[in-house]
Design a protein around this ligand. Structure first.
Ligand code: FES
Ligand SMILES: [Fe+2]
Length: 371
């Protein structure tokens, strides 16, 4: 899928950039993209990465740059234990980045190769995502100590048996626009018009209750909108349906739908690839219709259509944003977007002053909009 739209001349569209949040976990790629003894590249927050899986199973992410002369490590070799640079053959242990060998050293040299480190980032595998912790610049070789790191994000599951799906799409706009799009309640009836979802004519007034949660906000548990088909499907179980949607910094929307012992859970992230582009990833798990054949391909088909509608809209939006228009956020439909910007600023301020982030909400609020 296209990450970057291009002008007629083939020049990538460079839209406005966003301030990036460091000291947190971001999904770099799917673990099934990692092959034995192979190196794979990805880009996160404008940082080129080289990723792989050691022969003992551990995943790793290094800056794709040799500390000797800067050639990408990804053009070198990986034997399951060490990453060897193509230029002068220096070898690195990839989880910690420690240099293990400098082939040119002779018996006359006193340089201790093990005191040299390539940049290695904390890297963990969860739900098929390779999560990479990107520390703020200047916070040391591996960022904060492991204890001070925020926990690795994980998709909520409510039992041992479930099906899963994954979707991804590159978006040619900066992460702020991607996130606003993610939490925007008013675009649904226009962007996602389809017989199986909802139509413009089904717009009705909604009232939703929101409450503050640490570094985010929750759309409190409620019966989901009666005018969308996926929720209607759950009605076949004849039990009350309840859904809870959380947004938390830096980029995560989680949704849990429960209906008796049936559940559906998703984690959507909008990750900065560069300061002006981002990528949306959706992972989902459910035990709804567990025994119905073809549920996974059908769910993927509709999910992919849905994400594609957002992607197409944002590609079109990027054309407009290229000219740096002034924009507006209106109440109440854009209130979640306002909270997002306030939460983000609070984290940036707290990082600068060393204090605790100030939450923009002082208690539960009701918002009203039509969608
Ligand atoms: S540039 Fe990598 S070993 Fe010299
Ligand atoms: Fe959407």
């Amino acid at each position: 899928m296209p990450f970057i739209t291009t002008t007629e001349a083939g020049v990538p569209i460079q839209g406005p950039t966003a301030t990036l949040l460091y000291d947190d976990w971001y999904p770099a790629l799917r673990t099934d993209q990692l092959r034995p003894n192979k190196l794979t590249t990805a880009m996160l927050l404008d940082i080129p990465l080289v990723l792989g899986r050691r022969s003992d199973g551990r995943v790793f992410a290094m800056r794709d740059s040799c500390p000797h002369r800067g050639i990408p490590l990804s053009v070198g070799w990986f034997d399951g234990k060490h990453v060897a640079c193509k230029y002068h053959g220096w070898e690195f242990e990839p989880c910690g980045g420690q240099c293990a060998l400098i082939p040119s050293l002779s018996s006359f040299d006193h340089l201790d190769a093990t005191r040299i480190f390539a940049t290695a980032y904390p890297c963990e595998e969860r739900d098929g995502h390779t999560w990479v912790y990107i520390p703020a610049a200047g916070t040391g070789r591996k960022g904060e100590s492991a204890e001070r790191r925020r926990p690795v994000p994980e998709l909520a599951k409510f039992g041992p048996r479930y099906r899963t799906a994954f979707l991804t799409a590159g978006l040619p706009c900066n992460v702020d626009h991607g996130i606003i799009g993610l939490m925007d309640p008013a675009h649904g009836p226009f962007v996602h018009q389809a017989w199986w979802w909802r139509t413009r004519g089904s717009i009705r007034q909604k009232t939703k209750r929101f409450e503050p949660i640490p570094e985010g906000f929750r759309m409190s548990a409620h019966a989901p909108s009666g005018n969308s088909a996926p929720y209607k499907l759950l009605g076949v179980y004849g039990q009350p349906i309840e859904t809870t949607i959380d947004f938390t910094l830096p980029n995560r929307r989680t949704e849990v739908i429960r209906c008796g012992d049936k559940w559906f859970s998703s984690l959507t992230t909008v990750t900065p690839v560069t300061a002006s582009t981002c990528r949306i990833d959706v992972i989902a798990a459910w035990n709804v219709f567990y025994h119905v054949p073809l549920v996974t391909p059908i769910a993927k088909f509709f999910g992919a259509k849905f994400v594609r509608q957002d992607q197409v809209t944002m590609i079109q939006q990027a054309e407009g944003l290229r000219h740096n228009p002034s924009l507006m956020l209106i109440d109440d439909a854009d209130k979640p977007a306002k909270w997002y910007f306030a939460l983000k600023q609070a984290r940036l301020d707290a990082a600068a002053t060393g204090g605790a982030p100030r939450h923009p909400m002082d208690g539960p609020v009701e918002l009203h909009w039509r969608s």
